[in-house]
Design a protein around this ligand. Structure first.
Ligand code: SF4
Length: 492
């Protein structure tokens, strides 16, 4: 009988390596905990989820070896030494570093497969022969293949995408619903004690725990989302409101990424809400697209372009990440709010990630490897497979446009439209230079100016470049001057 080795991303009773296993191995790696800047909520969630899963397995009569070790490899070696030279099976790790490690460990058999809805073979078959890997076309195929929101061969209500009805500007006084929170238990207290004792150089605050660590908790969080937030998810999915973190988002990516929540369970719950008239199609379709479309697409792209992510830097960006990303004070109201929210929870929603964090890094020209590392360790759902395509391909355009057709560069005007941050900010979103100039706006025009050569040939950037061309030479000089000052201030 073999040992089933479960990584922190494989905490599912449906994990195929559990079948026929004589015992289960879970390793709490000191090296993984000691990653510089790792968020305390994330470390807590991982350890708590592993310990809760170990308890569930023991309650089912399974023998579990939950052990602390300097590294994952040391944990596996110690397990094999203690239990004889038996076979250790692990489900194929998603991240390339963990996969290389697992394949290189003596006595370890890597079982092909994943907890995703799309296998590597299926994604490669879809990608084969296509000039561009367009997410929307992948998503439509997923809808057909998985039978999600379909009436026979046709999409429900005759339309694949309802974005036209979604992504609205938030009106004044918009208040999001309250959100389900887990109740901590003895395991959490023990985890917190252990993390305190380890004196890690972690980022952010630990506690109260906000993220599900068991399948039961994940189901409660899902039920709360479906009942209270899904109906208005569509219109407000891009809104940013001061002091608000989840807004109408599910916040369940971390639960899916560690294996305690099956993506298809989420899709079926959302579809049932639509079919029963509890949620409108625009919200449900937008949500389903995130799960079976974007999430699966990002995973597929990550695996397909596995060797390409390291060192990717098409725009030759080389600046260090400014200290404000690690919580240093800033007068930018939008960044201050989103970073303090990230410190408190380990979470920022997709528009905060893309249009605040990623946008600022893109406009400043932050080194993509450093930016990727920051996203990976500071977000509770950050894993290499999810962050490499999202940060390098989407937010930073470091792949030169293989994934997206244009850079997601935006000025303060976008942030002003989609948030309530600017009214309380000491900067003015429409001003390009001078003491009141919004750093996003200054850097946006400077980014267009600096990259005019490469962006001028991109049809999707034509309007932006045309607007740049309308500015006279004095205005351009003033923007360049101001941008240099802003960059110096960020580097200080
Ligand atoms: Fe952010 Fe600029 Fe608006 Fe201030 S004015 S909140 S810096 S976008």
């Amino acid at each position: 009988m073999h040992t089933a080795w479960l990584l922190a991303e494989h905490l599912s009773h449906a994990n195929p390596v559990l079948e026929g296993a004589g015992r289960v191995l879970l390793v709490e790696s000191d090296a993984a905990l000691a990653q510089p800047g790792a968020h305390r909520q994330k470390l807590h969630m991982m350890l708590s989820a592993m310990r809760h899963f170990a308890r569930e397995l023991r309650e089912r009569g399974v023998e579990v070896d939950l052990r602390q070790a300097a590294t994952l490899a040391a944990g596996v070696r110690a397990h094999r030494a203690a239990h004889g030279a038996l076979e250790v099976r692990v489900l194929e790790p998603t991240g390339s570093r963990a996969r290389r490690l697992a394949h290189g460990l003596p006595g370890v058999v890597v079982v092909p497969g994943s907890l995703f809805l799309t296998t590597e073979v299926q994604f490669s078959a879809w990608a084969r022969g296509r000039k561009r890997l367009i997410m929307e076309s992948f998503y439509r195929d997923q809808r057909r293949r998985l039978g999600a929101l379909m009436d026979g061969d046709e999409p429900v209500e005759g339309q694949w995408n309802f974005d036209r009805d979604n992504r609205k500007k938030p009106p004044k006084g918009l208040i999001p619903p309250t959100v389900w929170m887990p109740v901590e238990d003895g395991i959490d207290a023990e985890v917190r004690r252990d993390l305190d004792a380890a004196a890690l150089a972690a980022f952010g605050h630990d506690g109260p725990r906000r993220w599900p660590v068991t399948a039961t908790e994940a189901e409660a969080a899902l039920a709360d989302f479906i009942a209270n937030r899904l109906p208005a998810f569509g219109p407000w999915q891009d809104a940013m409101l001061g002091g608000q973190r989840l807004l109408w988002h599910a916040g369940l990516a971390a639960a899916m990424n560690i294996g305690i929540l099956d993506p298809m369970t989420m899709v079926r719950a959302a579809e049932a809400a639509y079919r029963d008239g509890r949620a409108p199609i625009g919200s449900v379709e937008g949500f389903v697209r995130q799960i079976i479309g974007w999430r699966e697409y990002v995973h597929g792209i990550y695996r397909l372009r596995e060797g390409d992510w390291d060192g990717m830097n098409a725009l030759d960006a080389d600046r260090a990440l400014p200290a404000l990303f690690w919580g240093a004070p800033t007068e930018m109201a939008c960044m201050s709010d989103a970073i303090s929210g990230l410190e408190a929870t380990g979470y920022a929603h997709h528009i905060e990630r893309l249009m605040l964090f990623g946008n600022l890094q893109l406009l400043l020209g932050v080194d993509p490897a450093e930016a990727l590392d920051w996203f990976r360790v500071t977000h509770v759902d950050g894993h290499d497979w999810v962050m490499a395509p999202n940060v390098l391909g989407m937010a930073l355009f470091a792949d030169g446009g293989r994934m997206m057709t244009k850079p997601y560069a935006a000025s303060g005007a976008y942030i002003n439209r989609m948030s309530d941050h600017c009214k309380g900010c000491r900067y003015t979103p429409t001003v390009r230079h001078g003491v009141d100039a919004c750093p996003f706006t200054t850097l946006y025009w400077d980014f267009l100016d600096r990259n005019r050569g490469s962006l001028g040939t991109n049809p999707r950037m034509a309007l932006a470049v045309k607007n740049l061309d309308r500015l006279d030479s004095d205005e351009i000089a003033a923007i360049r001057d101001q941008a240099a000052q802003v960059k110096d201030a960020f580097s200080a």
